[in-house]
Design a protein around this ligand. Structure first.
Ligand SMILES: *Cc1c(COP(=O)(O)O)cnc(C)c1O
Length: 359
């Protein structure tokens, strides 16, 4: 951070480039395929035109998705088509996606719920048949791997979030991976007003250094060297963060097993690693809200992510997606973060056991 201030340049510069390179190494992909962005939502919005998605096209996404994922499809003039999820992992599957693929489908936009990877090979097989692109919202899965490859690098475009509640946080921020370097270069330009050449102080023109070329009406969604300096340090600590969350998972799993009215989350399948971003339990529908209220009375905040989009008035569909709807009625996300103390974990578990006794 001292370097940023001593350099007299706090905008996007050398530190951001270093952070991009370090993140590419973390993902084990080529450096030019990775570009920074001011948030994951912006990356989702950029992904659509980047893949040529527009009016008349359809994008399949799980109903249990971040709300901005739906907005990104609509903003491109395309139609979001919501698919169902696996009732335990809350992830989209090859089956639930293929039910919704039509000749108009241009992309599937998946997320790895809570950090547990989807079965991407099976999904890719469905998509390849229909020449459908794969976009990964990798906001939950910054350290997740599928068959030894990083989540977010398994399809055409992947996007990460570094917002305030994520595992790796820069306050706000994100990264975009593109399968080919040309696309990555294009998105970098679109994120800075569509400028193709650096203008002003950084231009190497001998005269009229203030002039510039523009390839498209881009936006202004770059990050800066203050955020990137934080990101570089956070990235070094990422393995410790993941381990801490993995320990919390193991603690909750152990302390909650044997409650016949409650199910702990599924483990990642063989060959996958989770980021342990969320810890969710599932109870009968009649119990879930009561449990949430009881924990709140004990000063323990719980929540449910992500509200099924097909039920939101803004998307107003009459589709029935039974597993997504069931998950939304039965799933509760318990407190988890890398500094959650032993006492706090025990408080959560004790409150759940107390509640269970009164059922
Ligand atoms: C947090 C989150 C986002 C949004 O990220 P921002 O950087 O805040 O735009 C997108 N998708 C998922 C799954 C998230 O959890």
């Amino acid at each position: 951070m001292a370097r940023v201030f001593q350099s007299n340049w706090i905008g996007k510069g050398a530190l951001t480039s270093e952070f991009e390179a370090a993140f590419a190494r973390h993902l084990a992909v080529d450096r030019p395929l990775v570009r920074s962005v001011n948030c994951c939502t912006e990356g989702l919005f950029q992904a659509m035109p980047l893949l040529g998605i527009g009016p008349g096209d359809e994008v399949v996404l799980p109903s249990i998705s971040f709300v901005g994922a739906g907005h990104a499809v609509v903003a491109a003039g395309a139609t979001p088509v919501f698919c169902d999820v696996d009732p335990r992992t809350l992830n989209a599957t090859a089956e639930t996606i293929s039910e919704k693929v039509t000749p108009r489908t241009k992309a599937a936009l998946i997320l790895h719920y809570g950090g547990v990877p989807c079965d991407v090979d099976a999904i890719t097989e469905v998509l390849t048949t229909g020449r459908v692109a794969l976009i990964e919202d990798s906001a939950c899965s910054v350290a997740s791997t599928y068959k030894a490859r990083s989540c977010g690098t398994l399809g055409d475009i992947g996007i990460w979030s570094f917002d305030a509640v994520k595992l790796l946080s820069t306050g706000d921020g994100g990264m975009i991976y593109c399968r080919d370097a040309g696309m990555a270069e294009r998105v970098e330009r679109l994120l800075y007003l569509g400028l193709t050449t650096p203008a002003g102080f950084t231009s190497d023109a001998r005269e009229r250094w203030w002039e510039f070329d523009v390839i498209a009406p881009g936006r202004r969604a770059t990050t800066n060297d203050i955020a990137s300096a934080i990101g570089l340090e956070q990235l070094k600590k990422l393995p410790v963060f993941v381990q801490s969350r993995k320990d919390i998972h193991a603690f909750y799993d152990d302390a909650l097993k044997g409650l016949e009215w409650l199910r702990t989350p599924p483990a990642p399948s063989v060959g996958s690693e989770s980021s342990y971003y969320m810890y969710w339990v599932q109870t009968p529908a009649a119990v879930r809200d009561r449990l949430a209220r009881c924990l709140k009375e004990h000063g323990i905040y719980t929540t449910f992510r992500y509200l099924p989009l097909h039920r939101l008035p803004v998307y107003g569909t009459h589709d029935r997606l039974p597993h997504a709807e069931q998950a939304a009625e039965t799933t509760l996300c318990l407190p988890i973060h890398q500094r959650l103390s032993r006492e706090d974990r025990e408080r959560v578990v004790d409150a759940i056991h107390q509640f269970g006794k009164r059922l």
